[in-house]
Design a protein around this ligand. Structure first.
Ligand SMILES: C[S@@+](CC[C@H](N)C(=O)[O-])C[C@H]1O[C@@H](n2cnc3c(N)ncnc32)[C@H](O)[C@@H]1O
Length: 334
């Protein structure tokens, strides 16, 4: 979706590009430095429209990238379920899901009336199918549901997120949240709840065991690289916001899907040295430092390995175990 296609469906008419960029700056400040005032933007049509123009458009491409980490058969199963966009905002992930072929009924759970108004206007502008929004339905369990929290569990907190999960009792749950340390501890609380409800974790953990970073001054998050449309790329540059290389916290759970999780996942990429790539990897619930020697790689292999981001699944062969790290050979990357 392009910015020019979206503008006619906004609830506020920006006088100029400079006017839009000023509003983006204001929201960004609330997300990063003025967290205590984070709710303010939800009451102002100008800021809701700016969120939609900038964050909805730059968040939509995340979903396709995130789904590449998931098992294909699971994604096919999800597309048959009803879709619950939780903390939907203007309906970012409902629109993204619909574009990717999600066939079920669409629900948007959103506390801000202004965001709901923006969400409805957009949905009607682009789709003719019915949309249910907070307040105009009651939950039933006739059909399996997938709940997606998109940058919302961090705003509502783990207790409220868990209350929603208790009410909806979905078959599958996906989180696409900010890659921050403060959200990670909230995510661990939600993980514990879901595992207690007999969900299996599909991403990022190798299994349901204890997270090795729980209680540590460190956190597990991922990075994706997304190509943005040229119109939005121009706005990003003018607002001095990088929306291509994005840190995020992704978690995926299911009650019914049984898969074989990868046993090794890249948690952190350290600066490469002249001779090696240096990674931190979660290997069967242990954090380990891996070293991959450049001399063992062809030019194209080195290029591929140099571009890998945290979140990738790996298969490796152990070459040498040293005191503080393991020297490995990469057999497979996903
Ligand atoms: C940063 S926006 C994310 C919007 C959209 N999901 C996206 O990813 O672009 C977070 C949204 O969560 C909503 N939210 C926060 N707490 C909520 C709650 N308790 N119930 C429903 N929505 C909530 C906010 O109103 C806001 O629209």
């Amino acid at each position: 979706m392009k910015l020019s296609e979206l503008l006619p469906h906004l609830i506020y008419d920006f006088k100029s590009e400079a006017d839009l960029i000023r509003a983006i700056d204001e929201i960004s400040l609330k997300f990063t430095k003025e967290r205590e005032k984070i709710g303010d933007y939800l009451k102002d049509p100008r800021l809701v429209a700016a969120y939609t123009a900038f964050y909805l458009l730059t968040n939509i491409p995340k979903l396709e990238e995130v789904l590449k980490w998931m098992p294909n058969e699971w994604v096919d199963e999800l597309k048959e379920c009803d879709f619950v966009d939780l903390g939907a905002g203007p309906g970012t992930f409902s629109l993204a899901w619909k574009n990717l072929g999600g066939k079920g009924t669409y629900y948007q759970v959103e506390k801000s009336a202004m965001m709901r108004e923006q969400g409805l206007k957009l949905w009607k502008g682009f789709h003719s199918t019915e949309l249910f929004q907070s307040g105009n339905y009651t939950w039933n369990n006739e059909r399996p549901k997938v709940v997606l929290f998109g940058h919302s569990a961090n705003e509502m907190g783990s207790r409220v997120a868990i209350d929603y999960l208790e009410k909806i009792r979905p078959e599958h749950v996906l989180f696409i949240e900010p890659g921050t340390k403060s959200f990670f501890s909230e995510m661990l609380t939600i993980r514990e709840y879901l595992l207690g409800q007999k969900y299996e974790v599909l991403f990022p953990c190798p299994n349901e065991g204890k997270c090795p970073l729980s209680g540590k001054d460190d956190w597990c998050h991922q990075f994706i690289y997304v190509e943005q449309d040229s119109e939005i790329e121009r706005i990003s540059q003018m607002a001095r916001k990088d929306r291509r290389l994005l840190p995020l916290t992704v978690h995926a759970y299911s009650r019914s899907y049984k898969g074989q999780n990868p046993q090794e996942r890249l948690v952190r990429v350290f600066p490469e040295t002249k001779f090696s790539f240096e990674w931190e990897v979660c290997h069967q619930n242990q954090i380990e430092r891996y070293q991959i020697m450049k001399r063992d790689l062809s030019k194209s292999e080195a290029k591929e390995i140099g571009a890998v981001l945290a979140g990738a699944a790996l298969e490796t062969e152990l070459l040498k175990s040293l005191e503080s790290y393991k020297r490995v050979k990469i057999l497979k990357l996903k």
